[in-house]
Each structure stands twice: as structure tokens, then as C-alpha cells.
Unconditional design. Sequence first.
Length: 136
Amino acid sequence: MSQTNDVSPQTLAALAAAQLSKTYSPYSHYPVGAALQTASGKIYTGINIENAAYPVTICAERVAIFKAVSEGEKEFAAIAVATENGGTPCGSCRQVMAEFGTDTKVYITNKNAEIIQETTVADLLPGAFLPEKLEG
Ligand code: THU
């Protein structure tokens, strides 16, 4: 599901923090919430979803991005990522973000929806392997 809104960074952070109560994280007990804003203004949320076979776990950021891509959205303005203690996106999520654009803003948020770091995908993943490398 998505909703269409032109939201502020603070609202995106609040949406990400609101996901913390919905995560499926019985093994790590480390909830992560995400809220992704597309260039067209839609919002897709994500949570981390763990599995008894630990490596099958998927991060909140990728859930949000894959939800969006599965609905035909591939241009992203911003993503807010919320954790209890201001954790930053993992390398796999940074690579998935980079696939869809390195200018996307990233708001690192805590459980109180305070934005504690504002950055970009380009800054989070310098030297990313990008789709252009596979062209021609
Ligand atoms: N996790 C995320 O959801 N996003 C990240 O970028 C880092 C890690 C999740 C995966 C796992 O459920 C828990 O946090 C602990 O690693």
C-alpha cells in the first residue's frame, strides 16, 4: 500500500519511526523502520523481517524499496530509516538504493523520529557499482 503526499523530512522520519512497532525481529530484537518517498510523492513503508534461517532476513529499507519497485516506482526522492539508536543502512541496502539513484536523500532517524543525520546515497556508498557499467 502507498499513500500520496508531499511530505516533509520530519513527516517521513515520523512515518519511519512509526514502523518500529510493526517489525518482525524476534531474533535480533533490533527493530528497523523505513519510509520511502518517490519522486511522484508516494510513500512506501518498510520493516525488517527476520527468519529462523537468519540470512533470509530482509532489511526495512529493501522492503520499502521493493514494495515501490513492484508498483512501478523507480525514482526516489528520499528515504528515512529509523532505529532505536540511529543505526545507518547496511551495505546491501546502500547498493539497492544506488541502483535507483545516488541523489536520493537519506534521513537517519531515531525512535523519537529525530533526524540525527541527513545524507545522500552518493555519500553513503562512494564508488558504487551502478547500472551504467552494464550498458553497451
Ligand atoms: N537491518 C535493517 O533492517 N536495515 C539495515 O540497514 C541494517 C540491519 C535489520 C536486519 C536485522 O533484522 C536487524 O536489523 C539486525 O541486523
